[in-house]
Design a protein around this ligand. Structure first.
Ligand SMILES: C[S@@+](CC[C@H](N)C(=O)[O-])C[C@H]1O[C@@H](n2cnc3c(N)ncnc32)[C@H](O)[C@@H]1O
Length: 455
């Protein structure tokens, strides 16, 4: 028989009332922001420096609202229905992946200009997906807010699917999580964690990905030197670099606005494991005095040359941007740079490897050098002294507003035995590499910047 863990009625009532009050208060803050956006000339609300970024007040109101809405649902919903829905969200992500690959957002955007909604028959003709099956997929996604059914079996984009219209980089980062290599790694997580040998493995070559693929190579080794006859490897090699441009656009515009890059003046930023340098493209455009060295494995640097030949030929010709094939486990060739920047790098690696990567940078640092780590910072439910806490009765980490961070953490675990770290976990690896956390620059999004200085 199931044990009842339902809280006391008086405590539930109090929690529900407090949550509703939070929703009332934050909706007023959101309305004020919307009105300010409409009439910027009459507003005392300070706008955002980057158009795609919310103001600080709107960002805060959104995350409180999201946490409070979901906590209300948890409180009032039948738990048997709630758990089934949560446990089966995999169907939602696969359904969305199907429509992205089929180009549904672009088709809806083209055709909805003239008609109100695209009939399923037309969508089926354009995508090649069986009409009746497509209607079921679209209806599930309508329940998730991704599309809208405006007439019987006629669909339009919403502002959510609208993000993907004519936006190849955004599609690329979403599609990465639907590739065979990713999906099979996550699907193998239960058998990996329940296997008495694999569960204790900490190496970057003994994760669920390796159990699924039967390989002892990291994804990076496969991308850099893997078998050209393996279609899954070839697909990943093609899509990974553009996906990182998409990751920048989707997850981290705040990294540009919420760290004082301008104060660095003519500093050299070494983008370690920088991919094609998508962060540097944005930084170089906004902060004209900064100089850049983008380092990555040879195959990725070759891709970077192609990207920079269209994005920044002049910067390459003048030497303001240098592209360098470099293995970050080897001695760092650029000494005493003002900034060593790592975006979405440490989360790919277990602690021992991160300590090696950071130690190579520590050896190269001068007295004015700093390391900036741009990764998702996991906020523990009981809070962290480094991070802003949510108002009660939300847990300190804003509850479900932070769920995405945990999902990415599990993706990193499945692929690499990697980890999205809490500030405290980052502090441990920093200490082992003779570094300390100077400051966490909390940014308006899932990613933040942690500044490390020599101990
Ligand atoms: C998740 S991507 C992040 C790319 C980039 N920092 C960004 O945010 O767009 C991780 C990068 O680390 C690079 N990488 C993996 N192993 C490496 C190594 N041993 N030395 C240098 N780069 C490496 C990969 O090629 C990949 O470009």
């Amino acid at each position: 028989m199931a044990i009842s863990t339902t809280p006391q009625t008086s405590s539930r009532v109090e929690t529900l009332r407090s949550l509703i009050q939070l929703l009332v208060d934050t909706s007023e803050a959101v309305i004020k922001e919307w009105e300010a956006e409409e009439h910027p000339e009459h507003s005392d609300v300070k706008g955002s420096p980057t158009p795609s970024l919310p103001s600080h007040a709107l960002f805060e109101a959104r995350r409180i609202m999201r946490g409070a809405c979901e906590m209300c649902i948890d409180l009032v919903e039948d738990p048997r229905h709630r758990i089934q829905e949560l446990a089966e969200t995999f169907s939602l992500s696969q359904a969305f992946d199907t429509t992205l690959r089929a180009g549904v957002p672009d088709i809806l955007a083209e055709t909805s200009l003239t008609t109100r909604g695209v009939p399923a028959a037309e969508l089926s003709r354009r995508t090649g997906i069986n009409e009746k099956k497509l209607v079921r997929i679209m209806r599930l996604l309508c329940s998730g807010g991704m599309y809208e059914e405006v007439k019987d079996s006629q669909f339009t984009n919403t502002h959510i699917s609208g993000v993907f219209v004519a936006n190849a980089p955004a599609r690329a980062i979403q599609c990465i999580f639907g590739t065979q290599l990713h999906v099979s790694a996550i699907a193998h997580l239960p058998v990996t964690l329940l296997d008495s040998k694999w569960t204790n493995a900490t190496s970057a070559t003994e994760a669920a990905f390796h159990k699924a693929q039967g390989t002892n190579k990291t994804l990076w080794e496969l991308i850099d030197q893997g078998d050209d006859s393996d279609a899954n490897v070839v697909q990943m090699r093609e899509v990974f670099a553009p996906s990182m441009v998409g990751q920048g656009q989707m997850g981290s515009p705040a990294l540009l606005a919420d760290f004082p890059w301008g104060s660095l003046k003519e500093a050299t930023v070494v983008d370690v494991g920088g991919g094609v340098g998508s962060m540097c493209i944005d930084l170089a455009t906004i902060f004209q005095d900064l100089r850049f060295v983008i380092e990555d494995l040879p195959a990725t640097i070759e891709k970077a040359r192609i990207v920079w030949s269209t994005e920044g030929t002049a910067a390459i010709e003048t030497g303001r941007v240098q592209l360098l094939a470099h293995d970050f486990f080897a001695e760092q060739p650029v000494k005493r740079a003002e900034v060593y920047f790592l975006r979405c790098v440490l989360h790919d690696w277990p602690d021992d490897d991160c300590i090696k990567i950071l130690s190579r940078l520590r050896d190269a640092m001068g007295p004015e050098s700093r390391i900036l780590v741009a990764d998702i910072i996991v906020h523990p439910p009981l809070g962290s002294k480094h991070l802003t806490s949510a108002p009660a009765p939300l847990p300190a980490n804003y509850g479900r507003a932070n769920a995405f961070k945990g999902m990415r953490d599990i993706a990193m675990l499945s692929m690499y035995n990697g980890i999205e770290r809490t500030p405290e976990q980052l502090g441990v690896i920093a200490d082992a590499a003779r570094l300390k956390i100077e400051k966490i620059w909390e940014c308006r999004g899932p990613f933040s910047i942690t500044e490390l200085r020599p101990l």
